[in-house]
Design a binder for this molecule. Structure first.
Ligand SMILES: *[C@@H]1O[C@H](CO)[C@@H](O)[C@H](O)[C@H]1NC(C)=O
Length: 285
């Protein structure tokens, strides 16, 4: 009796072991299939997989151009090679322009300029606009715009300062100046300013042009010459148009500063000028 019960017990044990083993085998097979199909992946050593993984770049690129609203037809225009200046038409949508103005409006302060001796902000008569800074990546709409700026300027997002939003009313202007710094204080963070993306958030009925007084070439040879204000005729001029963006470089291709990048904002004669600026540095900012 004792022997029969024992062998029955052993058979039962063997059966359980067989079931457990076959389940383990099946689980392994399923796991291998999932791995093979790429549905499930083992974590790899992280640091080299993301930055040079072109498949993830493809996914990013397919999201390109997204953002608020419809931007319509986009095209680029070479304005000048000295300074290097390019105009991107319909860079921002109307909705994006209106959004930037809406979030900046309650926070506008009288603009200052950076003191080249102390690095501190100071009031100025050469710059009479009002403005404010947004935080980099402050929200989805802003980070979409910043990604677009990076793609069109070939400068990584991390090299940019936060967007500045500016407002010029009738009579307000910004006298010609350089965006690069002539002191060492201001280049401690991120190094020299290398490029600027200046986005126009509104049309301006009269005046408010961006001018490059030291641009090489025949500045009267632009199709919009007759529409320019007296100030606008003092250099290569860009008329503000909602959604357009002006990219120019404060440094030459040899990485020295470019004095031909001298530029200013002409006084607004009629209307209101809203713009937004992204300064990009040599290093991460
Ligand atoms: C500059 O361009 C304008 C318009 O095309 C032309 O009338 C003028 O003669 C040009 N000036 C020079 C110095 O080439």
């Amino acid at each position: 009796m004792g022997k029969v019960r024992q062998s029955r017990f052993l058979a039962k044990k063997r059966l359980i072991a067989t079931i457990a083993l076959s389940m383990l085998v099946m689980l392994t097979v399923v796991l291998l299939m999932l791995l093979g199909l790429g549905i499930f992946s083992l974590p790899m050593s992280g640091d080299n997989s993301s930055s040079y993984d072109l498949s993830s770049y493809r996914r990013m690129a397919s999201k390109r151009g997204r953002g608020l609203g419809n931007r319509g037809d986009q095209w680029a225009e070479v304005l000048s090679w000295e300074p290097r200046a390019f105009l991107y038409h319909n860079f921002l949508s109307k909705e994006e322009c209106e959004y930037l103005i809406k979030i900046a409006k309650p926070l506008m302060k009288k603009s200052s300029v950076v003191d080249s001796k102390t690095g501190k902000s100071k009031d100025s008569r050469v710059r009479t606009s009002s403005g404010m800074f947004l935080r980099r990546g402050q929200d989805k709409i802003i980070s979409d715009i910043e990604k677009r700026i990076a793609e069109y300027s070939f400068m990584p997002v991390e090299h940019g300062e936060g967007l500045q939003v500016l407002h010029y009313e009738v009579g307000q202007k910004y006298d010609p100046h350089f965006d690069y710094f002539l002191d060492t204080f201001n280049i401690r963070k991120g190094g020299q300013r290398m490029a600027t993306m200046l986005m126009y958030l509104t049309d301006v009925e009269e005046g408010g042009e961006t001018i490059f007084p030291s641009a090489k070439g025949n500045v009267s040879n632009v199709p919009w010459w007759d529409e320019l204000s007296k100030c606008g005729k003092k250099g290569l001029a860009v008329k503000p148009k909602m959604g357009n963006a002006l990219l120019f470089w404060s440094m030459k291709p040899d990485a020295t500063v470019d004095p031909s990048s001298l530029h200013g904002g002409c006084p607004v004669i009629k209307g209101n000028k809203w713009s937004s600026t992204k300064w990009m540095h040599v290093n991460e900012y």
